[in-house]
Design a protein around this ligand. Structure first.
Ligand SMILES: N[C@@H](CCC(=O)N[C@@H](CS)C(=O)NCC(=O)O)C(=O)O
Length: 208
């Protein structure tokens, strides 16, 4: 049976799951959630995820939420992207860093800067978050100096988590030219067989 990923194109968190599913070769399909019209907070959606969040994933009897959990399901199903027995905790460390310190800031920042009506964008909050995200870009850029992948010798869920928002074109204070090691690493990821841009994997709400 084809697994279903409840998602929308603008969601970098959903992209982490979609990219892992796609690159692994698992049988899956996107189900569009009309997030900006409140669908994720509807009673019907809460039957799938009481947290009211995208991504949510259903494979037969199994329902999973949280991108890191869905990625781990892909690892367990396919044996791909989990790292080695020696470095798997390092992989988890970077997934948690991404979820807590990186995407958790970029996502809301990108929302405030692009998807809120212009007259409702809180500039002080945006400036504060721009400072926080810049510090996080520096952490990732420094770590990637001299490395092809975040952990070990191949792509893992650490890469597939941390890269997610960085493939979007909307402005959120990130310019690849400022971060050469991140830039080279994003190019490596985009050259993986089967890689697709988020809007080619999941239907966006706003873009055609
Ligand atoms: N840690 C979660 C974050 C998921 C998340 O925040 N998703 C956003 C969309 S990108 C959402 O559904 N937000 C709903 C809300 O904040 O109410 C994950 O990695 O799956």
């Amino acid at each position: 049976m084809t697994a279903k990923l409840y998602c929308f194109g603008e969601s970098g968190n959903a992209y982490k799951a979609a990219l892992a599913l796609e690159l692994s070769g698992m049988d899956w399909e996107p189900v569009f959630v009309d997030f900006f019209k409140g669908e994720a907070r509807s009673d019907a959606f809460k039957e799938i995820n009481v947290m009211g969040e995208v991504p949510s994933f259903v494979d037969g009897d199994i329902t999973l939420t949280q991108s890191g959990v869905i990625q781990q399901y892909v690892v367990d199903q396919t044996g791909k992207f989990g790292g080695t027995s020696e470095n798997k905790y390092e992989v988890l460390r970077w997934v948690l860093w991404d979820n807590h310190k990186f995407s958790s800031q970029i996502g809301p920042l990108r929302f405030l800067m692009n998807f809120l009506p212009e007259d409702k964008r809180p500039q002080e909050v945006i400036n504060f978050m721009l400072g926080r995200t810049k510090a996080a870009y520096a952490v990732l850029n420094d770590h990637l100096a001299g490395r092809d992948w975040i952990v070990g010798d191949g792509v893992t869920t650490a890469d597939l988590s941390c890269c997610s928002y960085l493939f979007y074109d909307e402005p959120f204070g990130f310019d690849r030219a400022d971060w050469p090691h991140i830039d080279a690493w994003l190019t490596r990821i985009s050259q993986l067989p089967g890689w697709k841009h988020p809007y080619d994997l999941m239907k966006p709400a706003f873009t055609a």
